[in-house]
Design a protein around this ligand. Structure first.
Ligand SMILES: *[C@@H]1O[C@H](CO)[C@@H](O)[C@H](O)[C@H]1NC(C)=O
Length: 382
């Protein structure tokens, strides 16, 4: 197994607890959730209140752990208790480890910041059971309500989970740098339809615009801008793409090709900051891997000669081409190189689906426009 492979995460939400999967495996089947969302969209439209004078925007430093995990700060409680969370566009719930969680990281290695409800004057009891399944595994605990803040913007009455068991996320969590997860997708895939922190910021009039934007840098820290975009982090203009579904940040993917040969067409993709790599349908990724000269090893990972001549991969989205060069889709792991696209089959009706994870978002600055249900891409500055 590649030495840093265990750090890779897949934090998109999946539907059933039956579909636990191995991150290293090349052949994976995961059911994603798909909502009937006309009613939901109506709720969102009518839910945007007149903005108050509190409107603002702010930045969160996004720390980079080996290009595999990107995380930033959120606070919960009064006075503020600070946590490192994966800001995850593939799910919609906030959770942090509970003070009494014994399955949330180690005593020394992988020590986590834990939430102490008794130390918070704004804590409100809930305690109903909470459980969620991610691509990387399940976590569970109990609901609570408390004040929170991100990017210095205050959120009142945020419902979140105090997690009591995060062992399902494996070594990527226990040896990883993050304490919890903050979901940035839509309320329709949130457990119990609980409003996300970003939705609460909008409803409480705390942001200029219902937009947040990611700059995920290569081998250095990035920035998440809450309430707008940061023009200093990308070249040219953002190209906007309408969502095909406002559940995940899901868009139509017209075409996937390598060196002018088409490998997939008329399919869909989600843009997921909580997934380290890129994923696509198993059979397609197998052909793509062959096209770039990658070979599957015993663990089902695709290994590429680090010095090989590699073709450009092109993703066509709403008529525009987004390319990844060899250096973008290879991950150096010791002396070998890993092909950064994994095969993963997501069954109908949610699938087939590609996941444009951090490997894609490092190359393309991405703005997520909640109010207009669209994403904007532009080449990220180096
Ligand atoms: C907390 O959640 C667990 C399951 O995660 C459940 O068994 C327990 O009853 C919940 N606690 C309360 C007070 O409801």
């Amino acid at each position: 197994m590649g030495s840093n492979l265990f750090l890779f995460i897949m934090l998109f939400k999946v539907t059933t607890l039956a579909s636990v999967l191995a991150v290293a495996s090349a052949v994976i089947t995961v059911p994603l959730q798909r909502m009937e969302n006309e009613e939901f969209i109506e709720q969102v439209r009518s839910g945007f209140k007149l903005m108050s004078t509190l409107q603002d925007s702010g930045d969160i430093v996004i720390k980079n752990y080996q290009n595999a995990q990107y995380y930033g700060e959120v606070t919960v409680g009064t006075p503020a208790q600070s946590f490192n969370v994966i800001y995850d566009t593939g799910s919609s719930n906030l959770w942090v480890p509970a003070k009494d969680c014994s399955n949330c990281g180690g005593k020394f290695i992988g020590k986590k910041n834990k939430y102490d409800r008794e130390a918070s004057s704004s804590y409100v009891v809930d305690d109903a059971p909470f459980a969620i399944q991610y691509g990387s595994g399940p976590v569970s605990g109990n609901w609570s309500v408390d004040a929170a803040s991100m990017a210095g913007l205050p959120i009142e009455g945020q419902r979140f989970a105090e997690v009591k068991d995060a062992s399902g996320l494996g070594a990527a969590y226990s040896a990883g740098k993050f304490d919890g997860i903050l979901g940035l997708a839509f309320d329709s895939i949130s457990i119990d339809n609980t409003p996300t922190p970003f939705k609460n910021l909008i409803d409480q009039g705390q942001v200029d615009k219902g937009i947040f934007s990611f700059y995920l840098a290569n081998d250095k820290d990035g920035v998440l801008t809450i309430g707008g975009t940061d023009e200093t982090k990308y070249d040219g203009d953002l190209t906007w793409v309408p969502l095909s579904s406002a559940t995940y940040w899901e868009i139509a993917l017209d075409d996937v090709s390598a060196d002018g040969t088409q490998y997939d067409s008329s399919t869909s993709a989600i843009v997921d900051s909580g997934t380290s790599l890129l994923t696509g349908p198993t059979a397609t990724v197998k052909k793509l891997a062959a096209a770039v000269g990658a070979k599957a090893n015993f663990a089902g990972e695709y290994i590429v000669d680090c010095d090989a001549e590699l073709p450009e991969l092109t993703f066509t989205i709403a008529g525009a081409e987004y390319t990844l060069a060899g250096e973008d889709y290879l991950i150096k792991s010791g002396t070998t190189c890993l092909f950064a696209i994994m095969g993963m089959d997501i069954p109908r009706p949610a699938g087939p689906l590609w996941i444009l994870g951090d490997v894609f978002m490092r190359k393309y600055y991405t703005a997520f426009d909640y109010e207009n249900e669209q994403v904007g891409f532009a080449p990220a500055k180096a």
